[in-house]
Ligand binder design. Structure first.
Ligand SMILES: [Fe+2]
Ligand SMILES: [Fe+2]
Length: 293
């Protein structure tokens, strides 16, 4: 059945999607300070900007129908994941965990921004193959949701590990956008803007995690820090390593993305060290492999 945004999405949500498909933001000349501050988003922004400046900024959708389907399903999967993990995770945390009202609002603001990214990914993917991918996608992705949810719903620390670190701080480093999302002209046109919004999310999350880890008695701070490292290592093993394998096989192998997009995965320890330093986890808490790398 042909895809109709009018049928798939109510007007309240649709008007912003519609607007963003017809109006593109200006391409900044200079990297915004908030982006430059994070080494991950900084690299992604500069790579994306370079490909826009080199005229790859208005990419065509893939011609080969098989490849187009793969790209569309991949893009729609990213959208559904961003929605279920980040947006629903943020609303769960804001509703259920004790924290200052301003923190809850930051979390909901993050959820709102990421909801727009998700809506755009799903819509553009649907247009790419003229199929309604809002209704669902024929690729298995529930496993990732099931992996994150129990920890995200355990306590505030679990949420910050899952949605603070693993759907925000790590993707800033490993995200494939430099060569990936840009296969769609609308997503390509919004990509620098999207990176900037994501970098803004980190301005809240990283200090918030630092404060969370350094609140309470010494015992409590010790417990929170150990738990954060344990959650982080669990996600690295269960989510990041499989995503690396998938990026190699699927994104580079099958979709033909430039192997440069794997840089973040190949230098993952560097990111973990940066994150631990930024959120104030002392080396005494680091796993041995990190201290030696
Ligand atoms: Fe996002
Ligand atoms: Fe985000």
């Amino acid at each position: 059945m042909a895809f109709s945004l009018e049928q798939a999405v109510p007007i309240l949500m649709r008007k912003e999607i519609d607007w963003a498909e017809k109006n593109f933001p200006a391409v900044p000349e200079k990297i915004p300070d908030v982006v430059a501050e994070d080494p991950g988003w900084r690299r992604q922004w500069l790579n994306t900007k370079r490909s826009i400046d080199q005229g790859q900024g208005a990419p065509k959708r893939p011609n080969d129908p098989k490849r187009r389907r793969d790209v569309a399903h991949y893009l729609a999967m990213l959208g559904h994941l961003e929605f279920e993990l980040i947006v629903l995770g943020c609303s769960y945390a804001a509703r259920n965990y004790e924290m200052p009202a301003a923190w809850k609002m930051c979390i909901l603001k993050q959820g709102y921004d990421d909801m727009q990214h998700a809506a755009s990914f799903i819509t553009r993917a649907s247009r790419m193959i003229e199929e309604d991918l809002w209704a669902g996608i024929p690729v298995p992705y529930r496993k990732s949701v099931d992996l994150y949810r129990p920890i995200l719903q355990r306590d505030l620390g679990g949420f910050l590990a899952a949605v603070g670190l693993h759907t925000e701080a790590y993707p800033a480093w490993t995200n494939l956008s430099g060569g990936g999302a840009i296969t769609d002209p609308v997503i390509g046109a919004w990509s620098l803007h999207e990176i900037e919004e994501e970098a803004w999310h980190l301005t809240f999350l990283m200090p918030a995690i630092k404060q969370y880890l350094h609140t309470g008695t010494d015992e409590e701070q010790d417990r929170r820090t150990r738990q954060m490292v344990a959650d982080d290592q669990y996600f690295i093993e269960q989510a990041v390593q499989p995503a690396y394998k998938n990026a190699k096989e699927f994104a580079v192998g099958r979709l033909g993305m430039n192997p440069e997009v794997l840089y973040g995965y190949e230098h993952l320890n560097e990111r973990t060290q940066h994150i631990y330093r930024t959120i104030g986890i002392e080396e005494g808490y680091w796993p041995a492999y990190l201290k030696n790398s």
